[in-house]
Write a protein that binds this ligand. Structure first.
Ligand code: SAM
Length: 279
């Protein structure tokens, strides 16, 4: 721990290794170690867990994870400029940090880590939603991971935890809440990052449920929510008519009014309708 605490400040690391932020890689760094340790603590007890970190950059969150006691961290970074800085952290935490250079979209955490696995990342915003969907769907689901603790733009975070009846409620809420307990742990202003992004951010914590919250065939649920929310202003009997010729009967079976709109339908009823459609 003391070797980690003795590493130079992140601002000095960035200057020494020439890590000027690149927009194309979604680089908005967090330089405050109190903040990165707070994100690491949000993930829960890390002492018995392997952690998968996407996009460590200069390593602020990586240091936070190691300082908060992570058993092992696998950090996948696309930008080769960051590797020297990350090697210095690995040397200060012998045997606890593995750094891979590459695209996180091509890496399956199950190939590299031993359960329990927790995924923690200050995500590049351009691939954040895609990564979340990947971690929530087969083949990565049923999950090899216990939890996801992820930074998103505030607007995306709101969509993940949204309740029915709100504008933010949609496919992402259904997908995430079907399989996880999801909450916004805290929000962050643009000034918490270097350089500051245009919008506010939030850390979302998702704990995997032992089984989906309500039974439903995954594929039917996905097709259904895609159709329902693609035409969210339409009544469901119109939005879903392509899914089944007798859609009004299936809606009735699930206890959903044919005139209802997708954004008012709770998760439990979407699951009931997916079951009715799969029969
Ligand atoms: N974790 C660091 C922090 O908190 O300061 C950096 C976070 S920055 C928002 C996102 C990081 O993800 C950048 O370092 C960027 O180079 C990296 N990145 C972008 N796309 C990536 C991808 N497809 N796979 C892995 N890393 C990626």
């Amino acid at each position: 721990m003391s070797a980690l605490a003795d590493l130079p400040p992140l601002r000095a690391v960035i200057a020494r290794h020439g890590l000027a932020a690149r927009k194309a890689l979604g680089q908005n760094f967090i330089l405050d170690l109190n903040l990165t340790r707070r994100i690491a603590r949000t993930a829960g007890d890390l002492s018995g867990a392997d952690v998968f970190e996407v996009g460590p950059g200069p390593g602020g969150l990586t240091r936070g994870l190691l300082m908060e006691g992570a058993r092992h961290v696998l950090a996948v970074e696309k930008d080769p400029r960051c590797l020297h800085a990350l090697e210095e952290i690995a040397a200060a935490a012998p045997g606890r940090l593995t750094v891979l250079q590459g695209d996180a979209l091509e890496i399956d955490p199950r190939d590299h880590l031993t359960p329990p696995i927790r995924i923690v990342a200050n995500l590049p915003y351009n691939v954040g939603t895609e990564l979340l969907v990947r971690w929530l769907t087969p083949p990565v689901w049923p999950p090899a991971w216990e939890s996801l603790t992820l930074m998103f733009q505030r607007e995306v975070a709101d969509r993940i935890v949204a309740e029915p009846g709100s504008k933010a409620y949609g496919r992402l809420a259904v997908l995430a809440q079907w399989r996880c307990d999801a909450r916004i742990a805290f929000t962050l202003p643009p000034a918490a990052f270097t350089p500051p992004p245009k919008v506010a951010s939030a850390v979302v914590h998702l704990e995997a449920l032992p089984a989906p919250r309500f039974p439903a065939p995954a594929e039917a649920l996905q097709r259904l929510t895609a159709a329902a929310f693609n035409q969210r202003r339409k009544m469901l009997r119109a939005a879903l008519k392509g899914l089944a010729p007798d859609i009004e009967d299936r809606l009735a079976e699930a206890g959903i009014a044919p005139t209802a709109r997708a954004e008012t339908v709770p998760l439990e009823k979407f699951c009931a309708l997916a079951r009715a459609l799969a029969r």
